[in-house]
Design a binder for this molecule. Sequence first.
Ligand code: HEC
Length: 195
Amino acid sequence: MTKRIFILGVSSLVAISAYAAQVETSKLKQLADIKITAYNHQLRTTLQSTIDLGTLKRSVKGCESIAQNMLVQNGTGGWDLERTSLKFRNPDNKPDAWEANQLKQFQKAYDNGKPISQLSVERLTSVGPKKVVYKYMKAIEAEPVCLNCHGSNMLDTVNENLALNYPNDKAIGYKAGDLMGAFVLKKSSALDNFI
Ligand code: HEC
């Protein structure tokens, strides 16, 4: 389905006429979804082999650098790829006000029976006279492999490792199928490039 979004002017009223343009976002959403799929695939394969190799017992923190590297790798072409959650483990992943609001909406929809795969939201904002930022959030579902480090019945070594590295960890106690958080993809560009 083709979707058009009006750009929200956030910086100044002077430039509002420049933002009256409508921007086609379906291509951006498509690209964002491709990046998420690639990232998911890469992360899952690596997590599984990490666990199979027994590395999990030695270092949970190592997963942070693996996950972060993958986020950077998949965030090419001017994209910035992150993950966030209301119950975050790493304080660097704390949602901003808009993201927290969207995560609450996701949670509400999920509680009302909407499938996680259908939870996403997009937004365009203007920064300066001719620059726009596209932001896309897509919900993340807990899978069995995730519960090794986000479940409620984890190895002692994992619990110890988490306590040591993330003293305020909120990202535990999940079951498979739970809503865990969301991917956040951002792309900023000149207005002309978006149309
Ligand atoms: C080997 C341990 C491990 C496994 C398995 C694992 N994670 Fe994590 N996860 C972490 C660590 C450590 C962090 C915090 C570091 C970071 O920012 O990546 C984290 C962070 C996250 C975050 C970012 C929000 C936050 O809490 O900081 C999300 C979302 C997330 N994990 C989802 C998943 C999903 C979904 C899976 C399964 C596909 C998964 N994790 C599997 C260790 C793991």
